[in-house]
Write a protein that binds this ligand. Structure first.
Ligand SMILES: *[C@@H]1O[C@H](CO)[C@@H](O)[C@H](O)[C@H]1NC(C)=O
Ligand SMILES: *[C@@H]1O[C@H](CO)[C@@H](O)[C@H](O)[C@H]1NC(C)=O
Ligand SMILES: *[C@@H]1O[C@H](CO)[C@@H](O)[C@H](O)[C@H]1NC(C)=O
Ligand SMILES: *[C@@H]1O[C@H](CO)[C@@H](O)[C@H](O)[C@H]1NC(C)=O
Ligand SMILES: *[C@@H]1O[C@H](CO)[C@@H](O)[C@H](O)[C@H]1NC(C)=O
Ligand SMILES: *[C@@H]1O[C@H](CO)[C@@H](O)[C@H](O)[C@H]1NC(C)=O
Ligand SMILES: *[C@@H]1O[C@H](CO)[C@@H](O)[C@H](O)[C@H]1NC(C)=O
Ligand SMILES: *[C@@H]1O[C@H](CO)[C@@H](O)[C@H](O)[C@H]1NC(C)=O
Ligand SMILES: *[C@@H]1O[C@H](CO)[C@@H](O)[C@H](O)[C@H]1NC(C)=O
Ligand SMILES: *[C@@H]1O[C@H](CO)[C@@H](O)[C@H](O)[C@H]1NC(C)=O
Ligand SMILES: *[C@@H]1O[C@H](CO)[C@@H](O)[C@H](O)[C@H]1NC(C)=O
Length: 805
């Protein structure tokens, strides 16, 4: 037999083509002799794809996609394990085949060096057949189909059938001494014959070695048939070689059939099916019994226990053989990436499949198949669970279903970004949780409601919202590729209202209590216009206790903030009002004015309406004094109530001879309680007459209504004092003794001595300066208020032996 152009003597030339050679970097290139091919693997240098050239005595042949498919080279770049590999069939075009036992390969590897420069490395390797040849071997590579048969089998398999007869007829008709080929195509009766040269041009390679006849074809050639066998796709190429040798026409039937079924992903794993028998495909495949089916990965078979241990399964029935490989099982590779801000993964497996078939005569056919298979991009979204318990007042969010190669880098809480470390250093808590019975994990994030980062919203209808927008930053390792997951949580409270005070009347004070609630900070406590603070409480003499549970405020009688009414010798009513107002708008939300009845002892009350009320035990000033015989400066002003020891006066500040003085920045109203001496008194007491000077002091600034509307209406009650004063000998006070009780006399005396002003007069002075000057005042007194105040400051009393009640 002579197979035309393919038969040649390999002559080793001593001169190689010009190549920039370098030492092969041993670490990055590996070669390995496998059953039927040489495997060369090399690392990929980022940004550069390596290339191979086949080298033989005649020249250098770049291994392109097309050339590789025709000549038995399979080159691929595998990003997932991260290398490039070349599988060169022992029958590849430029291999030196020594007796079908030893195969010498020479390749140029063109790759980038450390500097990114292209360098050509020379590789040579000789493989010694690891496994004896079967009579017929079919190799279903990724890019070509190859069949080799022992060349002493002229009529190897099967029975003579009609189509074989038809082919024989064509062969007999066309045969010449040169070998020719005709392709049989499924469903076509016509055979066209061609020379082997013509066939090579079409991409078919025939090759005669010492003991075998080899045929190779790329997939999807014009003469390929695509057949569906019980739902699985098979590609068949069926060439028949023939030649006339003297009086005999020789025919060789070389069918090659490969399953081209794609793997499917059923949600759990990869499934691949192939027909168990190929009998229906060609006459030469009839009568083959499947003896043994094995599977493996990356070009190597696995024994049953290993495959089962990895979860692979193989179901064989008469019709189809079904392989299944669970997602992410050992032997495959997982590739993860971010697409559309979502974590995606692809599981890739390079299946290797081998089937041994035997015919009736015990002649073997061995089919080997390489098939890369992969799942579609599967996305795995993290899931979030809202585990917030309102009572805990902490947002608790579980971010789960995160694959083991993803970790949480940072969280953005309402726009504030924290790395996981920063979050834990702050008030937040991020803990990792391994999910049970799974390689997945999750994270628990806890953010207290009251943290400054949480948005808060209050509506006056009593609704309160805490809001947190979370943007989780996750990253895939090792490439640190980030993606984001967003969620928001809301905690909703109803019936949120201002805190409520309780008040209790005690003998000499009012006691207010308030329990603290989580939303208290929305409101503040005020006494009148002033915010209640520990400082204010101290200044005003309140007793405040504030702990985490409650606030207690004891307000002693006569401290700032009280108002009094119904004052009698027996008892009076004191009222103290406490307010809660919005911290933000200062709008009063609640007020509690507590009215309590207190026992009267002594008191002085200066009302906002300009009424002074005094209760005084006069016997403490002058022993044996008679309350019923006391009066004010104007002796017609008698006590409203008396008992054995005490008097109660209640008078308007513009009556009863009340003196008025400006002691900037205050206005002082002053009167004297003139104590009735015991009627039988001839005692020396008389020489030192004593009066009780009662005084109400109002801040000038609080009396603006007096000036504007001629009405006494102070912003706040005045401060009252009672002073026991010794009346000097020269004092004209003597005329005001109760015995002398004419108004005129009183007025005269006052005019000449102390120049009192009623508040009506102040008013006139301020508001009508050009008006009729008062007898004691000169017109030039038209001056700004400060001067006015200074002019009158000399009128101030110099109090002696002052006693404050
Ligand atoms: C192949 O390599 C061996 C040893 O590395 C060397 O002796 C031999 O000459 C090489 N062959 C070719 C064809 O380069
Ligand atoms: C397909 O399978 C059925 C049984 O499931 C069998 O009867 C039939 O012959 C098969 N077809 C081929 C083409 O093998
Ligand atoms: C990206 O995701 C959005 C929603 O998650 C979807 O509407 C959109 O179609 C996706 N785009 C692509 C290219 O997958
Ligand atoms: C994970 O995701 C599945 C559905 O994809 C869901 O049923 C399961 O509850 C999730 N588990 C967790 C812990 O989030
Ligand atoms: C975070 O929470 C876990 C569990 O609730 C707790 O054990 C841990 O101490 C907390 N860490 C910090 C920093 O608060
Ligand atoms: C985890 O697996 C164990 C045993 O495989 C099983 O007993 C247990 O119920 C599983 N737990 C969950 C939450 O699935
Ligand atoms: C989430 O955070 C990332 C990183 O800061 C940002 O690029 C992205 O726009 C954020 N997403 C949203 C919806 O705010
Ligand atoms: C989360 O949980 C809290 C408490 O159970 C609940 O009030 C809230 O409505 C939930 N949902 C969201 C989106 O925050
Ligand atoms: C208030 O009165 C109660 C009972 O009368 C008394 O126990 C308490 O000490 C008083 N508080 C103050 C601050 O005076
Ligand atoms: C009482 O104490 C709480 C903290 O426990 C504080 O928020 C509040 O302002 C205090 N109230 C007053 C009136 O000082
Ligand atoms: C004091 O006088 C005012 C008006 O002059 C009056 O309204 C008030 O009731 C009196 N009070 C007493 C205790 O008499």
């Amino acid at each position: 037999m002579a197979l035309g152009f393919l038969l040649g003597v390999f002559v080793l030339l001593s001169v190689w083509l010009k190549v920039r050679c370098a030492d092969v970097p041993m670490a990055s290139v590996e070669t390995e002799c496998r059953d039927r091919y040489l495997l060369v693997t090399t690392d990929i240098v980022a940004g550069h794809e390596p290339r191979f050239e086949a080298v033989d005595a005649d020249g250098v042949y770049p291994i392109t996609e097309l050339y590789g498919a025709e000549c038995g080279y399979m080159f691929s770049v595998l990003p997932v394990p991260g290398h490039a590999e070349l599988r060169a069939s022992y029958f590849s075009c430029h291999t030196d085949n020594q007796g079908d036992d030893a195969f010498s390969f020479i390749f140029n590897l063109i790759a980038a060096d450390e500097d990114g420069e292209e360098v050509t490395y020379r590789l040579n390797e000789t493989c010694y057949l690891p496994l004896p040849w079967s009579p017929r071997e079919i190799s279903c590579e990724e890019n070509y189909m190859e069949v080799s048969v022992r060349n002493d089998m002229s009529c190897p398999f099967g029975k003579t059938e009609d189509d074989w007869t038809a082919a024989s007829f064509t062969a007999h008709h066309d045969a010449t001494s040169a070998w020719q080929v005709m392709f049989r195509k499924e469903g076509e009766e016509q055979f066209t014959s061609m020379s082997l040269t013509e066939a090579r041009v079409l991409g078919y390679v025939f090759h005669l070695t010492q003991g075998r006849l080899v045929f190779r074809s790329p997939y999807s050639q014009p003469h390929s048939s695509h057949v569906t066998v019980n739902g699985t796709r098979v590609e068949v190429v069926h060439p028949i070689l023939f030649s006339r040798q003297r009086w005999v026409v020789m025919m060789v039937d070389l069918v090659v059939a490969c399953s081209t079924n794609e793997a499917m992903f059923d949600g759990l794993g990869l499934i691949w099916e192939t027909p168990t028998l190929l009998s229906s495909l060609a006459s030469s495949l009839v009568g083959l019994d499947s003896m043994q089916i094995s599977m493996g990965v990356d070009g190597q078979l696995l024994d049953r226990p290993t495959a089962t241990g990895r979860g692979y399964s193989l179901e064989i029935n008469d019709v189809t053989t079904r392989l299944s490989i669970p997602f992410n099982a050992e032997g495959g590779y997982r590739h993860t990436f971010v697409m559309n801000n979502t974590y995606h993964q692809v599981y890739v497996l390079h299946l290797y499949f081998e089937q041994l078939l035997v015919d009736e005569g015990g002649v073997e056919t061995r089919i080997r198949l390489h098939r890369p298979m992969s799942t579609p991009p599967l996305w795995q979204a993290p899931s979030v669970i809202n585990q917030t318990v309102l009572a805990e007042r902490i947002f608790t969010v579980y971010l789960g279903n995160i694959t083991d190669d993803v970790y949480l880098v940072a969280v953005k809480l309402n726009g504030h970004e924290y790395t996981t470390q920063e979050a834990n250093a702050n008030n937040f808590n991020i803990t990792m949780v391994q999910q049970q019975n799974s390689t997945l994990h999750g994270y628990t994030l806890r953010v207290p409601f009251d943290d400054a980062v949480v948005h808060k919203m209050y509506s006056t209808e009593g609704y309160f919202l805490y809001m947190l927008y979370i943007n989780f930053t996750l990253a895939i390792q090792p490439q640190e590729e980030p993606f984001y997951h967003l969620m928001s949580v809301v905690a909703h409270f109803r019936d949120v209202f201002a805190p409520v005070f309780n008040a209790v009347c005690n003998t000499r004070n009012i006691s207010f209590t308030m329990d603290h609630h989580p939303f208290d900070y929305l409101w503040e406590v005020a006494i009148g216009p002033k915010l209640l603070t520990p400082n204010l409480a101290f200044k005003h003499g309140y007793n405040m206790q504030n702990d985490s549970k409650s606030l207690t405020l004891d307000v002693p009688l006569f401290t700032v903030g009280y108002t009094y009414e119904d004052i009698h010798l027996a008892q009076f009513i004191g009222t103290f009002e406490i307010l809660t107002r919005s911290s933000k708008t200062l709008e009063v939300a609640r007020s509690l004015a507590k009215r309590c009845v207190f026992q009267t002892t002594e008191l002085i009350v200066c009302s906002t309406k300009g009424v002074m009320t005094v209760v005084k035990d006069v016997t403490t000033v002058i022993q044996g004094a008679e309350p019923s015989r006391t009066s004010l400066k104007d002796s017609t002003c008698r006590p409203k109530e008396t008992d054995d020891t005490r008097v109660l006066f209640n008078f308007s500040l513009d009556t009863c001879g009340t003196r008025v003085m400006v002691n900037y920045p205050h206005v002082v109203y002053e009167n004297d309680i003139i104590i009735g001496q015991p009627s039988d008194s001839e005692a020396p007491v008389k020489t030192r007459p004593l009066v009780v000077t009662v005084r109400c002091e109002y801040p000038l600034s609080g009396l603006h209504k007096l000036f504007a509307y001629r009405r006494f209406e102070a912003d706040a009650p005045g401060i009252g004092t009672m002073v026991v004063t010794e009346v000097s000998e020269k004092s004209p006070l003597t005329v005001t003794r109760p015995t002398i009780s004419t108004t005129t006399a009183t007025t005269t005396a006052l005019r000449t001595t102390r120049r009192p002003l009623s508040f009506g007069k102040i008013d006139r002075y301020i508001n009508n300066p050009q008006g009729r000057p008062t007898p004691w005042e000169k017109p030039h007194a038209i001056q700004p208020r400060t001067k006015y105040v200074r002019r009158f400051s000399w009128q101030m009393n110099n109090p002696k032996e002052q006693t404050t009640y």
